[in-house]
Design a protein around this ligand. Structure first.
Ligand SMILES: NC(=O)c1ccc[n+]([C@@H]2O[C@H](COP(=O)([O-])OP(=O)(O)OC[C@H]3O[C@@H](n4cnc5c(N)ncnc54)[C@H](O)[C@@H]3O)[C@@H](O)[C@H]2O)c1
Length: 229
C-alpha cells in the first residue's frame, strides 16, 4: 500500500492501475480533487469528482479496469463544453443558486451532481478520507483548483494498493475468466451487441483512435498554439 501527499492532479487513475495489472496484480487507486460536488444536503461544493479505480488481470490481453469519477460526468467534459460554447446534458449540474442547468459556465460556478444521490456523495467522501485524511494530503475542500487557484500547491493525496490475485485461491486466472464469460453470455437488451467489461470499451476506442485523426475545435487549437508560444 502506498500513500502519497503533496501531489498534484494526476489525470487518469486507469493509467496507474494498468501498470499494476501488467504485473499481474489486483489494484485499487484513489485520489481526491478540487471541490466540484456538493455533499448530500449541502448547497456548496466540497468534494472533488474523486475517481474510484479498480483493476484486475483477466487472463486475456485486455485488463478489467473500472475507472470512474463519482460525479455524473467528469469536470473535464464540462470545461471543454464551456470553452466551445456547448451545452451540457440535463441532470449533471446545478447553477450557483441551486437550479438545474445545461449551461457549462454556470455549472462550473455552481455544483456538479454525484452519481446516485447520497450514495455517490458517500463514495466521494470515502475517497476524500482514504486519499486525503489518511495520507496527510489536503482534504475537506482544501485541495486547490489547478486551473483557477495559483495561491499555493494543491497538496492532493492519492492512495494505491495492490494484492496478489492468488492470495486465497491458486486458480484466480481461471476463476476470473469464468466470471467474465458467464456475464458476457447473458441475454442482451435490444440494441446491445455485446456486454463489455469496464476497460474493454476504452481499449477499443484507443485502438480505433490510434489509426485516425482526432478532431479538436478551433478554440482548443488556439489554446494549444498560445501554450506553445
Ligand atoms: N484526477 C482526477 O482528479 C480525476 C477526477 C475525475 C475523473 N478523472 C479521470 O477521468 C477519466 C474519465 O472518468 P469518467 O467518470 O468520465 O469515466 P467514464 O464514464 O468514461 O467510464 C467509467 C467506467 O465505466 C466503464 N464503461 C464505460 N462505458 C462502458 C460500457 N459500455 N460497458 C462497460 N463499461 C463501460 C469505463 O471502462 C470506465 O471504467 C477517468 O480516467 C478518471 O480517473 C480524474
Amino acid at each position: 500500500m502506498v500513500g502519497i501527499r503533496n501531489s498534484g492532479h494526476y489525470g487518469l487513475s486507469g493509467y496507474y492501475a494498468e501498470q499494476a495489472v501488467k504485473k499481474n496484480l489486483i489494484v485499487f487507486c484513489f485520489t481526491n480533487a478540487p471541490p466540484a460536488i456538493a455533499p448530500h444536503g449541502a448547497r456548496k461544493s466540497l468534494f472533488g469528482t474523486n475517481p474510484i479505480c479498480f483493476g484486475t488481470p483477466t487472463s486475456s490481453k485486455v485488463p478489467f479496469i473500472l475507472d470512474t469519477s463519482v460525479s455524473v460526468i467528469n469536470r473535464g467534459k464540462i470545461r471543454v463544453a464551456a470553452r466551445n460554447g456547448k451545452k451540457i446534458p440535463k441532470g449533471v449540474a446545478l447553477d450557483k443558486l441551486g437550479k438545474p442547468t445545461t449551461d457549462a459556465k454556470k455549472a462550473l460556478a455552481g455544483v456538479q451532481l454525484p452519481i446516485a444521490g447520497f450514495r455517490g456523495s458517500g463514495l466521494a467522501w470515502m475517497v476524500d478520507i482514504l486519499s486525503g485524511v489518511f495520507t496527510g494530503g489536503n482534504h475537506g475542500g482544501k485541495v486547490k483548483d489547478p486551473f483557477d487557484d495559483f495561491s499555493g500547491p494543491q497538496n492532493i493525496g492519492h492512495l494505491f494498493f495492490v494484492m496478489k490475485p492468488n492470495l486465497f485461491v491458486g486458480n484466480y486466472s481461471e476463476r476470473i475468466k469464468e466470471n467474465i464469460k458467464r456475464i458476457k453470455r447473458l441475454p442482451k437488451i435490444k440494441g446491445v451487441k455485446e456486454i463489455l467489461y469496464p476497460g474493454q470499451n476504452k481499449q477499443r476506442r484507443y485502438k480505433k483512435n490510434l489509426n485516425k485523426k482526432i478532431n479538436i475545435t478551433r478554440n482548443i487549437a488556439e489554446d494549444l498554439k498560445k501554450l506553445n508560444a
